[in-house]
Design a protein around this ligand. Structure first.
Ligand SMILES: C[S@@+](CC[C@H](N)C(=O)[O-])C[C@H]1O[C@@H](n2cnc3c(N)ncnc32)[C@H](O)[C@@H]1O
Length: 244
């Protein structure tokens, strides 16, 4: 598993404990053989954090929780650390990704995971805060691409009953499943040869990732275009519940 954005290690600790409990249960009922499941020096969860102070606090919290053999915190930008996952764990080594870094980079980071074949088929990807600050290119890609089975959840922001936000939960079906989104024009793309609204505003040509020419440095227009294109039709609405 991998987490993008550790902050002070709250979710890393909860995920680490869930993994630990899973192993304890497996050893107890015999469904996991201790010898087969030894970590062999590799951690089960990698959490990435750009801020070294946050990362140090997260590591300390994990140490205090006696989970540092399960969760490792790597310091740096997600985009620079993703290739290290290949070096340390190999291709198709991810079965869960939690995106909790800056929403405007979700699509670039997912694109890199796809290109490096890091996700095992049926890898679950949970992306938080998809409305605020927002990740429209990511939402469009996971909604349109047939390589993902996606549910968009409309929730209230944590402890903010009046603020709506979305969590996008996808299962990656694998590189050969369906039609990728990259071949389809994204709703905010300008017709060939013409500048898009955002390019006109910023004076910059969108470069984009392999998902298309859309690039979120271009401002909020893609977000509104995407909302319009989907008609705000979410497959699932759930109300916020405090789970513990
Ligand atoms: C919302 S917090 C994460 C909270 C944490 N997952 C939790 O729930 O306990 C976002 C964190 O992502 C980090 N971050 C933002 N952009 C990043 C990037 N490109 N690479 C690595 N970390 C990033 C921020 O420094 C911040 O600590």
């Amino acid at each position: 598993m991998v987490e993008f954005g550790s902050f002070v290690g709250y979710t890393a600790t909860r995920m680490g404990r869930a993994v630990e409990l899973c192993y304890e249960k497996g050893y107890a009922d015999g469904s996991i053989l201790f010898e087969d499941s030894r970590l062999q020096g590799a951690n089960r969860i990698t959490s990435m954090e750009i801020d070294p102070v946050h990362a140090c606090i997260a590591r300390h919290v994990l140490d205090m929780s006696r989970l540092s053999h399960i969760v490792e915190v790597w310091i740096g930008q997600v985009k620079d650390l993703i290739p290290r996952l290949i070096e340390e764990h190999g291709e198709m080594s991810l079965n869960m990704v939690f995106m909790d870094q800056r929403g405007t980079t979700f699509h670039d980071d997912l694109s890199q995971l796809e290109e490096l074949s890091l996700m095992f088929p049926n890898c679950r990807i949970v992306a938080d805060n998809c409305v605020k600050p927002g990740s429209p290119v990511y939402c469009w890609h996971t909604t349109v691409s047939e390589r993902y089975k996606t549910t968009n959840y409309s929730l209230n922001e944590f402890l903010e009953s009046t603020i709506e936000d979305w969590q996008v939960v996808c299962d990656y079906l694998g590189p050969l499943a369906g039609v990728p989104a990259a071949g389809r024009p994204s709703p905010w793309e300008a017709p060939r040869g013409r500048e898009s609204q955002s390019e006109r505003r910023t004076g910059r040509r969108n470069t984009g990732c392999s998902f298309g020419s859309a690039c979120l440095s271009s401002g909020p227009e893609p977000f509104f275009a995407w909302l319009e294109a989907t008609g705000g039709d979410f497959s699932c609405r759930v109300s916020w519940e405090v789970p513990f």
